[in-house]
Design a protein around this ligand. Structure first.
Ligand code: GLU
Length: 483
């Protein structure tokens, strides 16, 4: 059997972290088994579905590296298939038209509530004759099509995450609506449960891997598979993602869509790695890996039943691990958009060389990509302000002189093209002035960076020298020191 799985997002919002995590598990399972991962866009809800959400979803999946083998397929283009299936159910006497008005359905629920019963459809229109149906239509009523649910049925499956599952037909709310806005001559808008089953059958899906909020649907869908003569697939219901207080992660928790995480400066690799750990753990307890590595180790045996708590510290930690490791030539491309957005002026092509050096310099200190904005700010303009501490440093005894001497050396062409030549230059000044090296280094930091903290001094200086910013900064610092 070739494993075939799918992710079936509804484009009624941006790609949600929960959907993305489900996509990750599908992808890992498919890749582990050398199977296929299919993308199907469930856009039958025409009022809430939007093309921009479809785009956000496909871009988000692609950005995370969750490449799909088939699709995207769009349910809105497959309505004929669903209508044919509904016709089959009608022909077999397994579905029927029901004409209840919203008021009648409300009254039914109110009466059930009064008797402390769970709300359900009481199947009252199961046996209408065609004449009765037409009479309802003559009153201006529209039909829904309901699939018959046998209250006496017990529905069972072995869930790959949750183990043996059992549902009673009587707990499914009565005969279920599979299409709206229908009439004797017309099958209207098909609904989710029906469309999913038809598609999963048509696409030969072998494993349905989705969030545990779909468990009740699974019981209904198994009945539809049987009614349509389909082979029931395997099911795996993945745990919900919870916030710190143990509630389902929702919009109220702030960031929930993948594009938001992307904007906050998480890398695709770190986020995909983190999502893999939301509900799964590797047999060797390894926590840092690529999706490809995780795929080799992935199995549902190690997926938890309990909800997975979202942990920002862990995500930050993973992200920093990637940013510390990534080659500067790649990191620079991730950082440039943030520098651009911060209004720093540079030419991505002509300045490629020093920008890459800068990326390499900043990388080990980054947790999220935008950290490189503040940490990199002073490389982008010729002069900068002095912090209070830097200003104080510049006014220490002997600083003006050491700045003067350094400036003269630079202006007379002292080499400064490597850490070695930089060291030589510093040592010469220290020696000539008879000062402590600490005074020299601190003062150069204040003069060149305008602050007492920041990235490595000598490496920063090399970049500033390459940009020809060091001479003007030393001149400005000298003026400051003498003021
Ligand atoms: N469109 C459904 C959702 O977004 C898909 C559920 C399923 O995978 O069957 O939740």
């Amino acid at each position: 059997m070739t494993v075939r799985v799918r992710i079936a997002p509804s484009p009624t919002g941006n790609l949600h972290i929960g959907t993305a995590r489900t996509a990750v598990f599908n992808w890992l399972f498919a890749r582990h088994h050398g199977g296929q991962f299919i993308l199907r866009v469930e856009d039958t809800d025409t009022e809430r579905s939007r093309p921009e959400f479809t785009q956000n979803i496909t871009e988000g999946l692609a950005w995370l590296g969750l490449n799909w083998d088939e699709g995207p397929f769009f349910q809105s283009e497959r309505l004929d298939l669903y209508q044919q299936a509904i016709q089959t159910l009608l022909n077999k006497g397994l579905a029927y038209r029901a004409y209840d008005t919203p008021e009648e359905l409300d009254a039914m629920r109110t009466a059930q509530k009064a008797k402390n019963q769970a709300p359900r459809y009481d199947n009252r229109h199961r046996d209408l004759t065609e004449a009765q149906q037409r009479a309802f239509e003559a009153e201006g009523r529209q039909a829904v099509i309901r699939f018959k649910i046998d209250d006496g049925r017990t529905i069972q499956w072995h869930d790959l995450v949750r183990g043996p599952m059992t549902w009673q037909g009587s707990d499914l709310g009565g005969d279920m609506v599979v299409a709206r806005a229908s009439s004797v001559d017309r099958i209207g808008q098909p609904l989710y449960n029906l469309a999913v089953v038809v598609d999963d059958m048509d696409m030969n899906i072998t494993h349905v891997i989705r969030g545990e909020d779909h468990i009740a649907n699974t019981a209904k869908q198994i009945l539809l598979y049987e009614a349509l003569g389909g082979q029931v697939p395997n099911f795996a219901h993945t745990p919900l993602i919870l916030n710190q207080t143990g509630q389902k992660l929702s919009k109220r928790d702030g960031v929930t869509s993948i594009s938001d995480f992307q904007k906050m400066g998480f890398t695709a690799t770190a986020l995909a790695n983190y999502m893999t750990l939301l509900g799964w753990s590797a047999p060797d307890s390894e926590e840092l890996f690529t999706l490809e590595d995780a795929a080799q180790k992935f199995s549902f045996d190690r997926v938890n039943k309990a909800g997975a708590k979202f942990d920002w510290d862990k995500l930050d930690w993973l992200n920093s691990q990637y940013l510390h490791d990534i080659p500067a030539t790649e990191l620079v491309n991730l950082l440039m958009p943030y520098w651009q957005a911060a209004g720093f002026s540079f030419d991505p092509v002509a300045d490629q060389d020093w920008l890459t050096t800068l990326a390499g310099l900043l990388g080990p200190g980054l947790t999220r990509l935008p950290d490189a904005v503040d940490q990199g700010r002073f490389f982008f303009s010729e002069l900068m302000d002095y912090s209070e501490a830097a200003n104080k440093q510049l006014h220490q005894a002997g600083v003006a002189d050491l700045l003067q001497v350094t400036l003269e050396k630079l202006q007379s062409g002292s080499a400064l093209d490597s850490l070695d030549t930089g060291k030589t230059l510093v040592n010469e000044v220290v020696k000539a002035q008879g000062i402590k090296k600490g005074l020299m280094m601190k003062s150069m930091r204040a003069a060149l960076m305008g602050d007492m903290k920041g990235p490595d001094l000598m490496e920063s200086w090399l970049i500033l020298h390459q940009r020809q910013f060091d001479v003007p900064r030393l001149k400005a610092a000298l003026e400051q020191a003498q003021s």
